[in-house]
Design a protein around this ligand. Structure first.
Ligand SMILES: [Zn+2]
Length: 132
């Protein structure tokens, strides 16, 4: 009799705590607690094709293979097509210029000489003191 009552109580707890809807609510509130309380909801992170580090999108330059214009720099980051990102470290730009297959692979194309010139022209400025 006593056992049964206990079991019944446990059953009630289980059904409440682990009901699908309830656990969804619990998980949701856990997620919200973990999230940054700041107003920034979501900063998109992208990986630089040269150094493989993740950066805020702002720090990266998008290079995109467009269906119409081939491979171009996409300053707004909104052009359609397959994109690859390079961070603002000049070394990374030099790295892909020396290792074209990195970008070719990322864009799934062969970047032409003219397109490479375009990309090279967007190389970020040298940091003062850094070796060229
Ligand atoms: Zn990089």
């Amino acid at each position: 009799m006593k056992k049964q009552a206990r079991f019944g109580n446990l059953g009630y707890i289980y059904s409440t705590a682990f009901s699908r809807r309830r656990s969804a609510i619990i998980f949701k509130s856990m997620k919200q607690k973990k999230a940054r309380p700041q107003r920034q909801k979501h900063i998109p992170q992208r990986t630089c094709v040269a150094c493989r580090q993740k950066f805020d999108k702002k720090r990266l330059t998008r290079i995109v293979r467009t269906p119409e214009n081939g491979v171009v720099i996409d300053p707004g980051g909104k052009q359609n097509g397959r994109g690859a990102y390079l961070c603002d470290q000049r070394a990374c730009w030099e790295h892909v210029l020396q290792q074209p297959q990195l970008l070719n692979k990322a864009l799934q194309t062969t970047v032409s000489a003219a397109e490479w010139q375009l990309i090279a022209a967007h190389k970020p400025d040298d940091n003062p003191g850094a070796t060229a």
